[in-house]
Design a protein around this ligand. Sequence first.
Ligand code: ASP
Length: 305
Amino acid sequence: MILLANSEAWPGFVETVDRLNAGEHGLGAMVAGISKVEHEVSVRSVGLGGWPNMLGEMEFDAGVMDGTTRDVGSVGALRDILPAAALAQAVMQRLPHVMLTGDGARRFAQEIGFPLENTLFDDSKRVWWARLEKELTPEQLAAFPYIPLAPLSRTITDPERVRDTTVFLCRDGSTGIHAATSTSGWAWKYPGRLGDSPIPGAGFYADSRYGAAACTHTGEMTMRCGTARTVVLAMRLGHSLGDAVKLAVDELSELSTGFLGGVVIHAIDAQENHKVVSFRCGEGIEYWLWQTGMPGPERRLAETL
Ligand code: ASP
């Protein structure tokens, strides 16, 4: 067995390891771990600790994929409901659809018993409003939110606000390879913006025969390249894990227009090798790894490409 997750995963990583060791299906084990991450307010990019959109509303994106059946469930721009990855799993299990967004996702959550929650943490609200006070004129502030929001799009590059996602990939005791993601997306994003985390093929993909991949950081790039699917398809076509990730990085580096930034690719193969590569995100990107035989999870440094 192998479990790979990014640095934000710490509140739920051991929970997932324990469940994998107990023989649980890998997807359920990862969703249980991610639920813990989503409720940990000190993780400032996922769930309750994440950042709101420009209107000060928390909007969550999450996705899950069962690599044995290639079933997928995802939710996007989900308000007032957590855990989002668990809801994505319920979409997969209970509906003939793959993805629900916005009001529909919230309605479905309530129908199946998820309570409405206040998901805007006080500190996030304070920082959001302070940022608006810095960006807007007194006239704009007085008229807010009835002002055009598009000119505020530059706020998504707020250097003081990290943006990230929690991504989990595993190969479980039944040789199933699965993927799960959850995020509040980019701080101060335009309302309704979906990142790559709920988009199968972009932010996550899994196929038990070959491997799985999941991405963090600039979803606006991985959605254009289908990055997670590229990695898994390249392995299907015979590339090694390392070559598959390199191919996906080459595709990202070919982009020259639109919003460009960094991407971190996390990937595993069916032989339980793993690779975590930081593309234009600099050094110091960390991730969590556990494999059968390890006494406990290890925190490691990603390669830079
Ligand atoms: N990839 C996520 C998104 O684009 C955010 C992140 O992981 O930093 O929403």
